[in-house]
Design a protein around this ligand. Sequence first.
Ligand code: E4P
Length: 219
Amino acid sequence: MKFFIDTASLDQIQEAQDLGILDGVTTNPSLMAKEGISGKDNILRHYAKICEITDGDVSAEVIATDFQGILEEGQVLADIAPNIVVKVPMIKEGIKAIRWFADNGIKTNCTLVFSPGQAILAAKAGATYISPFLGRVDDITWDGIALVRQIAEIYAIQGYDTEILAASIRNAKHIVDSALAGADIVTAPLDSIMGLLKHPLTDIGLEKFIADYQKSNPQ
Ligand code: E4P
């Protein structure tokens, strides 16, 4: 399973890159706003900065919701760097646009996916990635991981090439469960990724190894 980081923070993207585990980045308009990035030119410049940090795929989301608008915005985004993936919402006009981008060699990430039916449609349209938002599904007391598992089963049966990008990750357990459920990629905030490091027995064990070394190697 590949690891993407779900943020527009350059510092956090750099930190994940330095850790040596980064395969890509996802952003959305809310994450850009959180970093205080606004205005069309600033947003494009910010994506360019992200693409300087990583060679992995970087999802950049369109704001338009009409077919022509999505195509125009998507082409501008795709021109920023070869690793830009145009993030398109799961709506009728979005599906049409995903087909057009696929036919024209532009990678897409179909976002705001909440059902297996939507995942089938996006795969049929030729999406490179689909993003099931499992945290938001959990938020309404449904089962986000079950959604990822169902999509993975359908894609395996049908032989779809579209990759499942588990999104809306809220904790380290979501990452582990996504791996078990068959996600191809997980996109997570840095703190959820760092949560994978933690185990009390690791801390206790390391403390004892260091103490024992110091006892037998007095300074
Ligand atoms: C990433 O592609 C999604 O936009 C993001 O994971 C959504 O996360 P949220 O539900 O925590 O806002």
